[in-house]
Design a protein around this ligand. Structure first.
Ligand code: PLP
Length: 454
């Protein structure tokens, strides 16, 4: 007699008959890489249909803050859903949307007083790009139609957001459809020349940015940046001084600064927002991912009164920002965000995170000396290293060997979800993780490094 198919296998087979998954070569699921059906979440853990548990070391793509199925967020969602599911935000409003706007403007860098809503991160980036362009248009400067993006940037995958992204894996095929940004070098501290510090790299990259703006400021709407950590680009980090220098340059050359805090917002870099570490206020700040604690899609763009004012006028002048999404400011999603922000208010989240992040750093330190590990780095809650042939030359493995994928599978077998970006392994667990589970996560990583590099 053969065993009946497991519940996992049964669900995976039904899924593969119809569901087209994101960020996936679907053919691999049919053969070597089984799809994992998750039936419930429990704090930092996910549980599959056969009862196997996985520690979520990457917060489900950096969205989850306080644990899966957090009851405070779940009850806020249930309560709001029973009261008002949705109403369009044109001509109407509701308390969750206005209260969330009040709350965001209270905690955001000073001067960000105007809040617009969308659903996903990429839509927020679209809004920021269009708003900046339209601002200059309303000010009579329609020559400005270019954007400056950083090398190795990632801002999402709709066409506008992809245009200002610099990861060939996602961008190359669609190149013919995309506008061309001006690309400035990344301040990534791993690019340090011998003898150069992270601060030196930042200074050098600011000098490059100055040259670019000297040539192009008059045709430029905005510079867009992921503050402190380029996450999708392989957890590449830079010092806060780069951001303060960039703010100064944008002021000097009179172009907007767009801070895409979609990944780094809500405590990921150690402060609530990464921009705080440079004491800057961008002209636009994009938020999503952790905004609802990771429970529902919601994104927002915060901007200044100055930008807002440029869109006021006679209806006939067509100055208004007419961009809309059906579910802009959805009440249930806003209620989830308010519940998540209440946790930041009521509990010492950032202080607790600092202690746990220090523990993670101590536990990772020996792994940083592994003969196939290089570039161990950390900014606040985000830690990463690269799998390499040898740490002195930092030579990467040939991409075709897919060492990161081997790492992923081995860690999963050990009950830990860590999904490298290429050969970059990173740690970004939900904030509810405890020291014991951090140890478990690092032990699984060490085992998976051994397996992936042997
Ligand atoms: C994830 C991400 C986006 C896109 O957000 P989606 O919700 O996936 O569209 C944009 N910018 C950054 C920095 C991100 O990490």
């Amino acid at each position: 007699m053969t065993d009946p198919p497991s519940r996992n296998a049964e669900l995976a087979a039904r899924d593969l008959a119809h569901v087209w998954h994101p960020c996936t070569q679907m053919r691999e699921h049919a053969s070597q890489l089984p799809l994992i059906p998750i039936v419930h979440g429990d704090g930092a853990w996910l549980v599959d249909a056969d009862g196997k548990r996985y520690l979520d070391g990457i917060s489900s793509w950096w969205s989850n803050l306080f644990g899966h199925a957090d009851t405070r967020i779940a009850s806020a969602i249930a309560e709001q859903a029973a009261k008002l599911n949705h109403v369009m935000l044109a001509g109407f409003t509701h308390e969750p949307a206005l209260q969330l706007a009040e709350e965001l403007t209270r905690i955001a860098p000073p001067g960000l007083t105007r809040v617009s809503y969308a659903g996903d991160g990429a839509s927020a980036v679209e809004i920021a790009l269009k708003m900046s362009f339209h601002y200059w248009h309303n000010r009579g400067q329609s020559r400005r139609r270019r954007f400056v993006a950083l090398a190795n940037a990632y801002h999402g995958e709709t066409l506008g957001a992809l245009a200002v992204s610099d990861l060939p894996l996602y961008r190359a095929v669609y190149g013919p459809l995309l506008f061309e940004p001006l690309v400035a070098p990344s301040p990534d501290w791993l690019d340090a020349e011998p003898g150069e510090s992270a601060a030196d790299v930042a200074r050098r990259r600011l000098a490059d940015m100055r040259v670019l703006l000297e040539c192009h400021a008059q045709e430029t709407c905005a510079v867009i940046v992921e503050p402190l950590v380029q996450c999708s680009g392989g957890m590449r980090m830079h010092v806060p001084a780069y951001l303060s220098g960039l703010r100064k340059l944008c002021d000097e050359f009179d172009v907007h600064l767009i801070a895409d805090e979609i990944a780094v917002g809500f405590g990921r870099t150690g402060t609530l927002f990464a921009c705080e570490q440079a004491s800057i206020t961008p002209d636009f700040m994009c938020l999503s991912k952790g905004l609802t604690g990771g429970a529902l899609p919601l994104s927002t763009v915060l901007t200044t009164d100055e930008v807002y004012a440029a869109f006021l006028g006679d209806y006939a002048a067509n100055n208004a920002f007419l961009h809309s999404h059906t579910f802009s400011g959805n009440p249930i999603a806003c209620a989830a965000a308010l519940a998540s922000l209440a946790i930041f208010r009521d509990e010492p989240v950032l202080a607790r995170n600092r202690t746990l992040a220090a523990h993670l750093a101590r536990r990772l330190e020996p792994l940083g000396r592994h003969p196939h590990v290089a570039n161990l780095r950390q900014t606040g809650w985000i830690a990463a290293f690269d799998l390499v042939v040898d740490p002195d030359s930092r030579r990467p493995y040939p991409a075709a060997e897919r060492r990161g994928l081997r790492f992923y599978r081995r860690a999963l077998e050990g009950g830990v979800l860590l999904r490298p970006l290429g050969d970059t392994v990173y740690f970004l667990p939900p904030y509810c993780i405890d020291e014991g589970d951090i140890d478990r996560m690092v032990d699984a990583a060490r085992d998976a490094v051994d397996a992936a590099t042997s």
